[in-house]
Design a protein around this ligand. Structure first.
Ligand SMILES: [Zn+2]
Length: 477
């Protein structure tokens, strides 16, 4: 199925530049014309796509230039998925906060966990998280905030993924662990500037560093405004949890002199800009949807986390007003499954189910499959401000792509390729993943299993250090 040939004499100008043709694939480009090639091919030069088209045309034009020719035997080739809300440092906390409300989740489980993490814990956690992300076809993720960006960056570099990393930033609020409560606004800004200097544009350009606001309840107005200005100066993005629960809006109304919630307040102080990634945005009203739309704010929709703890976000309404909405898994203790494939399926279902007409029926036409697939690909790329290079298969873009095998019990028969990818595909159908021109998973094989046992050990030690005791719900012998 794969043949290698030695073709140095006819290779492109730089003889060390690897060139590959992937052909005989159904290519779902997700470009602006939504082109799908029934028997298509791509020509990849080093880390970029040089051409996309019919197999016969690509083979005829580039055969003599290719070092490697891979016959995909009718499998589907897609742009790598972009997961726009991930807490990579929470992977070792999977299962520590099931079936609890948000404040218990935060105060009794997640904050003690995060505040006891070391850089090494974060490194292992991100490795483990990355392995799961790659298995679901993700090539790029937006970190939503953790304690040790350096640990995350080391892991991302090794995994071969692309990521926008963010430190968890809080300069005020009740109930914080002691080590966080002392952080000043100046320290928060300075620390992020240093992380930007150290890690931005590293790992062959795969890592970018953004600015973070954990949430409104832990942010002073000065922190918000300085974050806005510094991120603008450095030409990078801001990641913030927004309007997650009604209590958040009530607190904002009571303390910040506005008549609705977080989004109204952020609009009032001039914080809303097109480099803001707003996670969740569940409890927002019609005028707030208008504020987000006019400012060009991007929204990450996390269906599983929303159903577990938050509520139903007005996704159809946001899309109708032109807001760029993408998909995220959230962290392992909010979801347990870090699969963007599962999130696509859930996004399709819950947004049909929550659109209820006056006669009580739901709306099966809400969020059609193509919209959902766009949310996981090109909208994801726009959300992380990287759509000039990723999110679709087009000449000139980075070679970030996923091979899906549809010839299995879960996807056969494929009458409508797009609908099939959203409604039938399982994580198991993702067989190979390429990021930045490098295969990071090939035939379902990635990094070595030693990482899994290291992760298990580190997680046990971390929970002991944090004093987190879980109820024994089974008679485990
Ligand atoms: Zn989050």
């Amino acid at each position: 199925m794969e043949k290698k040939k030695n073709n140095s004499s006819s290779s492109s100008s730089n003889s060390s530049t690897m060139t590959t043709i992937l052909h005989n694939a159904v290519i779902v480009t997700m470009d602006s014309e939504s082109r799908v090639f029934r028997n298509g091919a791509v020509f990849i030069e080093h880390d970029r796509i040089r051409a996309v088209g019919q197999s016969a045309d690509i083979l005829q034009q580039f055969l003599l230039l290719a070092h490697q020719i891979v016959d995909l035997q009718g499998q589907i080739l897609l742009p790598g998925f972009v997961n726009t809300h991930v807490h990579s440092s929470q992977q070792l906390a999977r299962g520590i906060a099931d079936d609890v409300d948000l404040m218990t989740w935060l105060h009794d489980r997640i904050w003690p966990y995060e505040s006891n993490m070391t850089e090494e814990d974060s490194y292992i956690s991100t490795l483990l998280c990355g392995i799961e992300l790659i298995h679901s076809g993700v090539t790029c993720f937006a970190e939503a905030g953790g304690q040790h960006v350096t640990g995350m960056a080391r892991a991302v570099e090794l995994l071969g993924l692309r990521a926008c990393l963010v430190e968890s930033i809080m300069d005020s609020g009740e109930g914080l662990p002691v080590s966080w409560a002392v952080r000043t606004t100046d320290d928060c800004i300075q620390s992020q500037k240093e992380l930007y200097e150290k890690h931005h544009n590293t790992a062959d350009g795969r890592i970018r560093v953004w600015f973070g606001i954990r949430q409104i309840m832990n942010s002073t107005e000065r922190l918000l405004l300085e974050t806005r200005d510094t991120a603008r100066e450095l030409n990078t993005g801001i990641n913030m949890h927004v309007a997650e629960i009604p209590y958040e809006n009530e607190l904002v109304m009571n303390t910040r002199e506005v008549d609705h919630g977080t989004v109204t307040y952020l609009e009032k102080i001039g914080f809303l800009r097109n480099n803001l990634l707003s996670a969740h945005a569940v409890w927002i009203n019609d005028s707030e949807i208008g504020f987000l739309s006019r400012a060009g704010v991007k929204v990450s929709h996390c269906p599983a986390a929303a159903m577990r703890m938050l509520g139903f976000a007005p996704i159809k309404e946001m899309l109708n007003l032109g807001i760029c909405v993408s998909l995220g898994t959230d962290g392992a203790p909010s979801n347990n499954r870090m699969s963007i494939v599962d999130e696509m399926y859930l996004a399709s279902l819950i947004n049909k189910g929550c659109e209820v007409f006056a006669n009580g029926t739901t709306d099966p036409t809400a969020l059609p499959a193509e919209t959902v697939l766009r949310m996981a690909s090109i909208n994801g790329a726009k959300t992380v401000l990287w759509d000039d290079e990723i999110g679709s298969l087009e000449a000139g873009k980075k070679a970030d792509m996923v091979v899906v095998d549809p010839f299995s019990w879960s996807m056969i028969p494929v009458h409508d390729c797009i609908a099939n990818l959203v409604n039938c595909m399982r994580t198991e159908n993702v067989v190979s993943v390429m990021c930045n021109g490098q295969w990071i998973m090939k035939d379902k094989k990635i990094l070595n299993r030693a990482i899994l046992s290291a992760a298990k050990q580190v997680s046990r030690e971390l929970l002991e250090r944090a004093g987190i005791k879980l109820p024994n719900r089974m008679n485990v012998l």
